[in-house]
Design a binder for this molecule. Sequence first.
Ligand SMILES: [Ca+2]
Ligand SMILES: [Ca+2]
Length: 264
Amino acid sequence: MEHGIIAGTGRRVSARGKVFTLALALVATAAFAGPAAAVSKSTKPVCGNNVAEGAEACDGSDLRNQTCNSLGFAGGSLSCAANCTYQTGTCLSLLRYQDNHDGTVTDLSSGLQWEQKNGADGVQDFSNPHDVDNEYTWGNLAGCPIVGCPNGTAFTDFLGRLNYNISADSTTTIWPCFAGHCDWRLPTIQELVTIMDYNSSTCHNGPCIDPIFGPSEHIYGSSSTDTLDPFATYAWIIYSWTGKTNPLPKAAKAYGLRAVRSAD
Ligand SMILES: [Ca+2]
Ligand SMILES: [Ca+2]
């Protein structure tokens, strides 16, 4: 029994010894931690050495592979400020398309003001030039004095209604013009391409343009004539569900139209 107590005491002594040894080890570790911390201090990031390090968003030309677009802007040129943060002042507005709530959308990246469409019911309504189902001819029709001339309903009816706001029975001119502007025109094929988003999730299964534009026709005509001889009787069109361009005969009644003007 006594032997047992001694044995027990011996274990307690032994335990204290282990605690003491552990304490010594901790002190030793702490003593060596000092020089280690001093070494890491000397490698602190330096803003201005053209290398983005640590918490620096960027440094000089090192933008960490970011661009205005990758930061969520509509485009533009990203740079790094002197304090190693992104300089986004030259990036284009986060809001690319602005709904003007007057039947038009402004593309802030191109400065173009576009017509919104409506009336998607599969029925053409020429009293409403914004009806997405309407198709117009471009030109080169009977009476055209020059091959390929723009004498189709795209110009005589569609643009006529937008720029002179003709009444439904075509007997009265109503002012002001559409959305307060009288300089609506057909877009060039290059301008149409700018509103095609080839990375859109709806592209190919639907139109490649932003839903803010309203419903979309499959084919949009442009103001651009195919200038390659002998195709003056062809105008460039774009398939809005693929974004592909193609020349089509101007006299074909297959053109949806979306008017545009240069925003003020
Ligand atoms: Ca740096
Ligand atoms: Ca319709």
